[in-house]
Design a protein around this ligand. Structure first.
Ligand code: LMR
Length: 341
């Protein structure tokens, strides 16, 4: 006899569902560790013609796992079908970069995908769908996606920078000799690229400013910053492919940060639309910034952050990069002719 009370089922769409990241992510989504133990879900998996066999295999494995919360699994290659009534869209499918490439080299190839998927979301998804763009270059892909989905609030689109936040926390904890849970208030500003700015000015370790806990400020400015900026590339060198397991974990973290209240005094970062931001960052781009959530899927930007010249200069650099990327995809955002440097 059914005695538990279940919430209403939610539809979660995942693109790139036959890929490596999804292979880690889907089983976490189905297990309840993301949306909670009382939240039934339907997984709607988007693949490509090339991956459809593998996608069928993924669906079979999900079914064989007998997850009590997983009420439906459907697969398809048409985003207009798969995104129907989606309340979450996790957009992972894209061409990944290889060794020695910068993520921006993928702008044109992947930009097309996100224009198409933005249109599909606009047409068939829930009017309040939350979209997390993972495929690179994720900030500009998220911008392309939201521009093609004018009927969905722009603030609902995220570019995944949680992986960078986690990487930064790991490095700070290692250097300070503390467990990572002592590291809080970490922001990655800007682009998910090598210009990203891991913010050690506002970060805290055991409640103290990170700069008090770590006296080696040269390390913070140089080694720490560069390690975090280049971590994705370093992993590609090791694996011969981009990170998958830690990316999936960070997607889980990113969603959980939006569906659970942010702990008092802390924040998380995510790449979001800049209109109305209090930091003086250029409007009309997708930029990673510090946020808090009440746990309702929405968020607000954190106001009490401090800046110094170092931070301002670095932020200006990543901002300039995003403005240049935006010019380069004008043909995909409906804003004219692309101008690429
Ligand atoms: C990462 O940061 O690991 C991913 O964005 C993959 C990449 O291209 O670095």
């Amino acid at each position: 006899e059914e005695t538990r009370s279940w919430k209403k089922m939610i539809n979660v769409a995942v693109s790139g569902a036959a890929g490596m990241i999804s292979n880690h992510l889907l089983f976490k989504l189905a297990s309840g560790e993301v949306f909670g133990p009382d939240q039934p879900i339907a997984l709607k998996l988007l693949g490509s013609e090339r991956s459809i066999q593998a996608l069928e295999g993924v669906a079979m494995e999900l079914e064989d796992s007998l997850f009590p919360l997983l009420r439906e699994v459907s697969i398809g290659i048409d985003p207009y079908e798969v995104f129907q009534d989606a309340e979450w869209a996790l957009l992972i499918g894209a061409k990944p970069r290889g060794p020695g490439m910068e993520r921006a080299a993928l702008l044109d190839i992947n930009g097309q995908i996100f224009a198409e998927q933005g249109k599909a979301l606009n047409a068939v998804a829930s009017r309040n769908v939350k979209v997390i763009v993972v495929g690179n270059p994720c900030n500009t892909n998220a911008l392309i996606c939201l521009k093609n989905a004018p009927n969905i609030p722009a603030r609902n689109f995220h570019a995944l920078t949680r992986l960078d936040e986690n990487r930064a926390k790991c490095q700070l904890a290692l250097k300070a000799g503390v467990f990572y849970d002592k590291v809080s208030n970490v922001t990655i500003w800007g682009n998910h690229s090598t210009t990203q700015v891991p913010d050690f000015l506002n970060a805290r370790i055991d409640g103290l400013p990170a700069k008090d806990a770590i006296k080696d400020h040269k390390w913070l400015e140089e080694e720490f910053t560069e390690t975090v900026q280049k971590r994705g590339g370093a992993l590609i060198q090791k694996w011969g492919r981009s990170s998958a397991a830690s990316t999936a974990v960070s997607i889980v973290d990113a969603i959980r940060s939006l569906v659970t209240p942010t702990p008092e005094g802390d924040w998380f970062c995510t790449g979001v639309y800049t209109n109305g931001n209090p930091y003086g960052i250029a409007e009309d781009i997708v930029f990673s910034m510090p946020c808090r959530s009440k746990g309702d899927g929405d968020y607000e930007l954190v106001k009490d952050v401090i800046f110094d010249d170092y931070l301002r200069q670095r932020i200006a650099k990543t901002e300039a990069e995003l403005l240049a990327e935006k010019k380069c995809v004008a043909h995909l955002t409906g804003e004219g002719i692309a101008v690429c440097d």
